[in-house]
Design a protein around this ligand. Structure first.
Ligand SMILES: *Cc1c(COP(=O)(O)O)cnc(C)c1O
Length: 375
């Protein structure tokens, strides 16, 4: 491959090319069966996904936002409750809280890991706090030992937002098994992605799983008898079949992401003014995104774009400062680490099917960019 062509941030065409026969077979199996909603593919995927995460139950739903929303509803959290959410995440984390009728309370993140800071969590707790949603941002598990200890002391539900961390481990245990309940997104570009929208709730709590199962399907236990005010958010059979095929590749793909991260680390380590991501002790990072930090973020980004390297910003605006949350009255400066990260973070190309040539080209360009500035 020519190094002068564009290097994408992520590339699902390459992924499909690598596993085309398996995907085509999975989709055809569903089409030939002629059963599309709540059937054997969904049930098989739920069992396989629960086993993979090391929990007893998985409930397939329409997307990750619904997984968060339905987990809160199933746990009985709603109007009158506060739910603590990190100020740096996909805003959908907070939107699920609002959708459930509860109020998101934003807490700052740790500047090293970019995940919820335990001391900020503790400071945000009030008598109304019912739950906390640690987010395993960029693929790095949050500090779950500290977070669950605080939550236990204050009797808070711990709902993991594991949308960016499929397969990541925290002291040996997979994300999804670290709190009371967890939500996954299988948005196409996630480490495990469908070819459309999909999500899942996982938990060891049989009653919570059963309630989520009813809520995703109109609140029915038996067809046409609606016991709860549910919604329609089901994982369809085609997406479930695709996810089953892709699940068999997840560990190898995560290992490849980790190898590319090690290449970036080796190539970019000694550049002054550039901060690289790192996994804390005991944590296995799965690099959904490879995010670096620099004060020169915008100029570096323009330079890379000009050189054919696509990058991303996750996220350009902290959640507490989003216009949709203006009514909550947060001011700039209330979550300073999240705000600083949002102005300095840059996501470099990261996906399993990248080539060594491409990684080396990105490293070369970044080294040149900083060398020019020193000179
Ligand atoms: C992707 C994502 C979501 C939302 O998932 P959808 O499937 O797009 O609804 C929620 N939280 C985080 C951290 C995400 O990355």
């Amino acid at each position: 491959m020519s190094v002068s062509s564009t290097i994408p941030l992520a590339d699902l065409q390459r992924e499909y090319a690598a596993i085309r026969a398996e995907i085509d077979q999975a989709v055809e199996r569903v089409l030939r069966r002629g059963w599309f909603i709540l059937g054997e593919e969904g049930e098989a995927f739920e069992a396989e996904w629960a086993a993979y995460c090391g929990v007893a139950h998985a409930v397939g739903v329409g997307n990750g936002t619904d997984a968060l929303y339905l987990a809160l509803r199933a746990a009985g959290i709603g109007p009158g409750d506060e739910v603590i959410v990190p100020a740096l995440t996909a805003t959908f984390t907070a939107l699920a809280v609002s959708l459930a009728g509860a109020v998101p309370v934003f807490a700052d993140v740790d500047p090293d890991t970019c995940t919820l800071a335990p001391d900020a969590l503790e400071a945000a707790i009030t008598p109304r706090t019912a739950a906390v949603i640690p987010v395993h941002l960029y693929g790095c598990p949050a500090d779950m030992a500290a977070i669950t200890a605080i939550a236990r002391r204050h009797q808070l539900l711990v709902l993991e937002d594991a949308a960016q961390a499929h397969g990541a481990r925290h002291h040996g245990a997979r994300v999804g098994s670290l709190g009371d309940v967890a939500a996954f997104s299988f948005y196409p570009s996630k480490n495990l992605g469908a070819y459309g929208d999909a999500g899942a709730i996982v938990t060891d709590d049989a009653a919570l799983a059963e309630k989520a199962r009813m809520l995703r399907h109109g609140g029915q236990r038996r067809t046409y008898y609606h016991e709860l005010l549910g919604i329609n958010s089901r994982l369809d059979e085609i997406q479930a079949a695709i996810l089953r095929a892709k699940l068999s590749h997840l560990d190898a793909w995560n290992e490849q992401r980790q190898r590319w991260a090690a290449h970036y680390q080796a190539g970019l380590d000694e550049i002054e003014g550039l901060v690289l991501p790192h996994a804390p002790e005991g944590v296995e990072h799965v690099y959904h995104l490879y995010t670096v930090r620099t004060r020169l973020r915008d100029t570096l980004r323009d330079y890379l774009t000009g050189a054919g390297v696509r990058t991303g910003i996750h996220y350009p605006q902290a959640v507490h400062l989003q216009p949709a949350y203006a009514p909550l009255g947060y001011q700039p400066g209330s979550c300073p680490h999240a705000e600083a990260i949002s102005s300095e973070t840059l996501s470099l190309p990261m996906f399993p099917q990248l080539t060594l040539l491409e990684i080396e080209q990105v490293i070369r360009l970044i080294r040149f960019f900083f060398a020019m500035r020193e000179g």
